[in-house]
Design a protein. Sequence first.
Lengths: 81, 123
Amino acid sequence: MEERTTEVVFKKETVGKLLSLFFKDEKTKVSGDAVILMAEMLKIFVEEAARRSQKQAAAEDCDVVDIEHFEKILPQLLLDF
Amino acid sequence: MDEDFSLHQRLKAALHFTVGRLCEDIGGDGGKRFNKEVLAAIAETTYRQCGLFHSHLRHAKRTTVNSEDVKLVARRSTALYNHITRRSEELASTNQEQKERRKKNTGKRKSEDEETSVKRNKM
């Protein structure tokens, strides 16, 4: 299997646009560093969601991770973030 | 109104794409792949989480949100907070290095220009 040589990240542009969209009615801007940190937070969030769901699937002896596994770990995930 | 809607949709799609790639890697790592439904659910949840982060960041009372504000969002989890703080420090030191490099380069150029003009005058 091919190994990815570059790290998967949320593009700075995407995160920046997302945040500005949420901030649309306020005159708030987000600094460049803050966008990078936010992208990091989102990446960690996704990784946690994915790995916890995977563990849940493993605990239930399933080969594929499906929505039920995700739903079970979701409450704690939201509390932890 | 419609413009906002399609921008949201495009950003959601971009998010979904990256979520897909991240989960593909993790799927390979842990030996269990994710089905389409789960990917969509994770992407949607991440989108909402963005909204939640935004609501935390709003309390920044300044017009520009900076790294300190983002660190506060991470404070619920100690491990996460430490990680984000470290990352923030890395960024700050990289910025500082870049600034110093730029200063050096402008300094060099100035002294080179002076040298050239001195040489010319001598000739």
